[in-house]
Design a protein around this ligand. Structure first.
Ligand code: BG6
Length: 304
């Protein structure tokens, strides 16, 4: 069965062996298994903390949570009643349809519409759809944000939002490098003083590492990244996601997270493509689509 609807989750299986699991809670991808060109045996590509809470009582620590409509604590007045990273990762989505089911890809669509509970904290005319497509060595995740307003009352009915894929890549944090971010402007959220956090810096490194506590927001980044380590790697391509966050809490912050497994920070890097500096916009009746495509890197393409 290429697509199975199980209790609270959807499982996709590709004829060549790749698989994907997504929870309806938060539309959170919790597992993506794919083989590489060198080793066709599918293996896990995402980190999921063994202490992650999967019962819907809090966002999932690992996999790919969706950040929408605010990144971090809300700053837009329309988001003021929302928690850090918004509500999409904490709501129950609906399975909508199988979009595609053939050798090229297995694809499903999940949706989230306003409920009275969401409207109480975010009373905006939105509809979200999430299309996940699994190919032999590739996973595509596309978030469709539709402004459902029929009013022509510009610009008050515009949707202004931030969106990000909080992708936990299973990788040895001590060896992973992310490139090409050299010369890209970034903001260091680990800085103690607010003025230092707001300071625009310029990345000098050819390959960015996460050897220390890292929480960097790269602005107007290249939208195509190599995440590599000895013996492995992923390529990330994005559309409409101009920024990227590199995050690893290391022991400092990681050991204070109740749902982080022991030394879990040694086993992942978060490379999070998003639109998080400023706000993306959708006018009434229009749909904005942000997409990331993760591909297993072929051995000869590694930069390390
Ligand atoms: C990252 C942020 O995207 O998410 C960090 O840049 C934050 O500042 C991290 O700590 C984890 O957030 P949360 O809400 O999942 O613990």
């Amino acid at each position: 069965m290429p697509v199975q609807l199980l209790d609270g989750r959807v499982v996709l299986s590709h004829p060549k062996g790749a698989s994907l699991e997504v929870l309806l809670f938060g539309a959170t991808v919790t597992s993506w298994k794919a083989g590489s060109h060198r080793d066709p045996q599918p293996s896990e590509r995402l980190f999921l903390s063994s202490k992650a809470v999967l019962d819907g009582s809090k966002p999932v620590r690992g996999g790919i949570p969706i950040v929408f409509p605010c990144f971090g604590p809300p700053v837009h007045p329309e988001h003021s009643r929302l928690p850090q990273h918004g509500f999409a990762r904490s709501e129950l989505w609906k399975f909508d349809s199988v979009v595609m089911d053939n050798d090229a890809g297995v694809s499903v669509r999940l949706t989230l519409e306003p409920t009275p509970e969401i409207a109480a904290k975010y009373n905006r005319p939105f509809h979200l759809a999430y299309v996940l497509t699994l190919a032999e060595h590739q996973l595509s995740a596309a978030l469709h944000v539709t402004n459902t307003s029929t009013s022509a009352d510009f610009p008050t009915d515009n949707l202004e939002f931030q969106a990000l894929f909080h992708t936990y890549i299973l990788a040895p944090a001590g060896q992973v490098l992310i490139s090409p971010l050299q010369n890209v402007r970034y903001y260091d959220k680990t800085a103690a003083a607010e003025e230092d956090r707001n300071l625009a810096r310029v990345e000098s490194r050819l390959g960015v590492d996460v050897l220390k506590f890292t929480d960097s927001v790269y602005e107007d980044a290249p939208q195509k990244y190599d995440v590599t380590w000895p013996g492995g790697g992923l390529e990330i391509k994005t559309n409409a996601l101009k920024d990227v966050v590199i995050w690893n809490p290391q022991r400092d912050a990681g050991s204070r997270m109740a749902d982080m497994e022991h030394a879990g920070w040694e086993r992942f890097v978060c490379v999070e493509p998003g639109y998080v500096r400023g706000f993306a916009k959708a006018e009434p009746g229009k749909t904005w689509i942000g997409q990331q495509v993760l591909s297993v890197i072929q051995e000869e393409r590694r930069i390390t």
